[in-house]
Unconditional design. Structure first.
Length: 608
């Protein structure tokens, strides 16, 4: 039985824990007299009501009435138990943790503890880093990253690494260091189906750190081989020491700069984030293989009042930007959009134009309202009643997300001036927006959950079902497809369910059934698994099905673009739509290139 931490240790930690220092790791504090004040991390607020009193070594929120000492604060913020909080504070303030009855912690007795897995990941990160910078095998990966403009200093700072191509090497090495099979099986470093096979192999590795700089997970970038058969990025799933939806890449490096500048950049991924940091823009962070979450915004909300979004300019990036705008505004934060010119990402600007240009792009970020109005101006015709109405309906959710009446009133006025119509008319439509929305949706939206009817068993639905027989293939499926790529609403719904389970860290059969809300889909899942319909399906056959879905989606998107282009060509006002026409042509060109890569041979003309 594990010993108890001694009372002397508890008292020493409580006495030595500088509560202002502890809380400042999570909340921006300002001193007023003998107390420190900040916005409460436990509930949403704009005016600070959260106080810290050093003399009493306690905190209290006058808004939500949460309060306690340094130990309770760490327990709440880190979601850990009392002993773990004591150990964390003991480490922070240099106090040795001692136990009653001369107890000594044993690695064998606590083989599933958070601390031991963090220690394992730190060791593996060191090995991967050595493999990148010191071995011949990692030389090609080092050449790749340096050609992308990343300096050796940055490589050392972010501890970038290389995972060996030999997928059995890591297990053999760790076994030689006396790690048990059971401990390693739960580590997330190995395939669930084949426990001797490393999850990451022959990839450029990005260690993911917690706020204290400890390695808790990995991301791995594909560099060579057939890109059609392997996802560009592999990312650790949720682990005992890591929840991706509650972690931000590079926050450990960025938190001081975020606190000093009171702003933060949310960017697309590892490379974008690293490029910002190398250029001296230290307040950049990135979500981790998932869409931005409310919990990730809460991490920075205590330090920043302005969010800058730096996502890709493609369709997926624009959708992510618009979603992030609403999420950040609902948490009372100001939002700006970084628009990159003459380059697709920050790393490209860094290499081609230098750090000063990237800094200028950041300083030229525009307000989210201007970004949305510009986006909608390109999407809808503002000179027609129908276009004005659709434009306004799509802008209303932004106004809904704003937190003050002044912000809402100002945005309604801005919308009225943009559409060149009276403010009162805009206000009336905003008041009646739900009724207008229902009227505009005479046909159910594509994203709606399918009604409880007979499930359509076509190739799309069977492809998603097949992934349940080999859940390791879902990483490939979600890297190549989104909900928009499915025509069958039942396939789309099942794909969304699998993604939800995957993001929660449990893609088991039971978890999928629990998350599924459609009785017909549940029945098909149960029948399929019971009969073992896809148990003999190979990884290659599932990958082929995924590719077929991707190709079919590209063809549908291409056809929709051609239809829109033909419609514009038939209008008398084609000149005023020239910018949209050019944009559609570029979108079609990109799709043609993707289809041609798959050997289907589309041309690039407007009528092809």
């Amino acid at each position: 039985m594990e010993g108890l931490i001694s009372p002397e240790t508890k008292n020493a930690i409580l006495k030595s824990s500088d509560i202002v220092s502890v809380v400042s790791d999570y909340v921006q504090l300002e001193q007023r007299g003998n107390q420190w004040w900040g916005c409460c991390p436990f509930h949403q607020e704009k005016t600070p009501s959260f106080s810290v009193t050093p003399e009493k070594n306690m905190y209290y929120c006058f808004g939500c009435h949460e309060g306690g000492d340094a130990i309770k604060f760490v327990m709440e913020m880190e979601k850990i138990r009392f002993p773990e909080a004591l150990k964390l504070l003991g480490k922070k303030f240099g106090i040795e943790v001692k136990y009653t009855n001369n107890y000594t912690p044993s690695a064998q007795k606590a083989d599933n503890s958070k601390e031991l897995y963090i220690d394992l990941y730190n060791r593996v990160a060191d090995m991967f880093h050595y493999g990148l910078v010191k071995t011949e095998a990692g030389k090609f990966a080092l050449n790749y990253i340096t050609k992308r403009g990343i300096s050796m200093e940055t490589i050392e700072k972010f501890k970038l690494g290389y995972a060996p191509a030999d997928r059995q090497w890591l297990k053999k090495f760790l076994k030689s260091k006396n790690f048990s099979d059971d401990f390693l099986a739960k580590s997330g470093l190995f395939s669930k189906k084949y426990p001797d096979i490393a999850f990451f192999s022959d990839r450029l590795m990005f260690p993911i750190f917690d706020r204290r700089g400890q390695t808790v997970a990995f991301g791995g970038r594909f560099l060579r081989g057939d890109p059609e058969k392997s996802p560009k990025y592999l990312n650790s799933g949720d682990l005992i020491q890591y929840q991706k939806g509650e972690t931000l890449y590079a926050f450990n490096f960025a938190k001081n700069a975020i606190r000093e500048n009171k702003k933060v950049i949310f960017c697309e991924g590892y490379m974008d984030c690293i490029a910002y940091h190398q250029c001296g823009i230290q307040y950049a962070v990135a979500p981790l293989g998932t869409a931005l979450t409310d919990d990730q915004i809460k991490i920075v909300r205590g330090f920043a009042d302005t969010i800058l979004l730096s996502f890709d300019s493609d369709g997926a990036g624009q959708a992510a930007t618009q979603r992030a705008i609403l999420m950040c505004r609902r948490q009372g934060l100001t939002v700006k959009i970084i628009r990159l010119h003459n380059a697709k990402d920050p790393a490209e600007i860094m290499v081609n134009f230098g750090a000063e240009t990237l800094t200028n792009e950041v300083n030229s970020a525009i307000l989210d309202s201007d970004y949305l109005l510009n986006f909608l101006s390109q999407k809808y015709q503002k000179d027609t009643p129908e276009g004005k109405s659709k434009f306004a309906l799509e802008f209303f959710p932004y106004i809904d997300a704003l937190q003050t009446d002044i912000q809402k009133e100002s945005s309604l006025d801005l919308l009225a001036r943009t559409l060149n119509i009276g403010l009162e008319a805009v206000k009336r439509d905003f008041t009646n927006r739900e009724d207008l929305k229902k009227r505009a949706q005479r046909i159910p939206t594509e994203r709606a959950e399918p009604v409880q009817s007979e499930v359509i068993m076509n190739a799309e639905f069977r492809a998603v079902l097949a992934v349940l027989s080999d859940t390791n293939q879902f990483e490939l499926m979600q890297s190549r497809l989104t909900e928009d790529d499915f025509e069958n609403p039942f396939a789309r719904s099942l794909f969304s369910t699998l993604k939800e389970c995957y993001n929660s860290g449990d893609l088991s059969f039971v978890s999928v059934l629990n998350h599924c809300n459609h009785d017909g889909i549940k029945q098909k899942i149960t029948e399929s698994v019971s009969r073992g319909e896809y148990s003999q399906a190979t990884s290659q056959s599932i990958a082929d099905s995924i590719e077929n879905l991707e190709v079919n989606s590209l063809k549908r998107k291409r056809a929709a673009i051609l239809e829109q282009m033909n419609s514009i060509q038939n209008q008398l006002s084609i000149q005023s739509n020239q910018e949209l026409m050019t944009k559609l042509f570029e979108q079609k060109k990109l799709i043609d290139e993707k289809i041609n890569k798959k050997g289907l041979g589309y041309g690039s003309g407007t009528g092809s």
